[in-house]
Design a binder for this molecule. Structure first.
Ligand SMILES: [Zn+2]
Length: 170
């Protein structure tokens, strides 16, 4: 089989999730950041974009909650780096995908910035992480220094505790 065989929106690892037909690479957009192997049809991506910009009458905007560590970045304590990884400390100042703050070394996952740029056209994005608030702040500042993507929509470990506490107390 060749070419895109169906009009369905969502596929995984080259196959449509609805009808199982094979999907052409060129007919879909890769969204492995959201889930391994996930791809979406161009038509579906365009409809998400229209929704995001409010053109779909009365359509609810879609919200996307992202974690930080192992999703957008990999974080490590400097003293926990293996001898093989220690070269990263020296490169932190010269590479724009690396940031060191105190004993924290933050490394962007490949194409994280491209992903944020594209996802921002489709979703209202939030950070929802159990990272410590101090760390989350540093990481978000590195990812989104101008607050274009997340604004104030960052929920951290401590905030999550309060969210749960409020729910339980009701
Ligand atoms: Zn299909």
């Amino acid at each position: 089989m060749s070419g895109s065989c169906c009009d369905h929106a969502i596929g995984r690892s080259g196959y449509c999730c609805r009808c199982d037909s094979e999907v052409d690479d060129h007919a879909v957009r890769d969204f492995h950041y959201l889930e391994k192997g996930l791809h979406l049809s161009h038509g579906f991506v365009n409809s998400l974009k229209r929704r995001r910009s409010g053109m779909g009458y009365g359509a609810k905007k879609l919200h996307l909650a992202l974690d930080l560590n192992h999703t957008l970045v990999h974080c490590s304590r400097v003293y926990r780096l293996s001898p093989k990884e220690r070269y990263l400390i020296r490169q932190a100042d010269s590479r724009d995908d690396l940031c060191r703050s105190g004993d924290l070394l933050i490394k962007l996952r490949p194409f994280a910035r491209e992903f944020l740029r594209e996802a921002n056209e489709l979703f209202i994005m939030h950070i929802c992480t159990d990272s410590e608030p101090e760390h989350a702040e540093i990481i978000v500042k590195f990812l989104d220094p101008l607050k274009i993507y997340f604004g104030q929509r960052v929920i951290t470990g401590r905030d999550m505790f309060w969210l749960i506490a409020v729910r339980v107390s009701r």
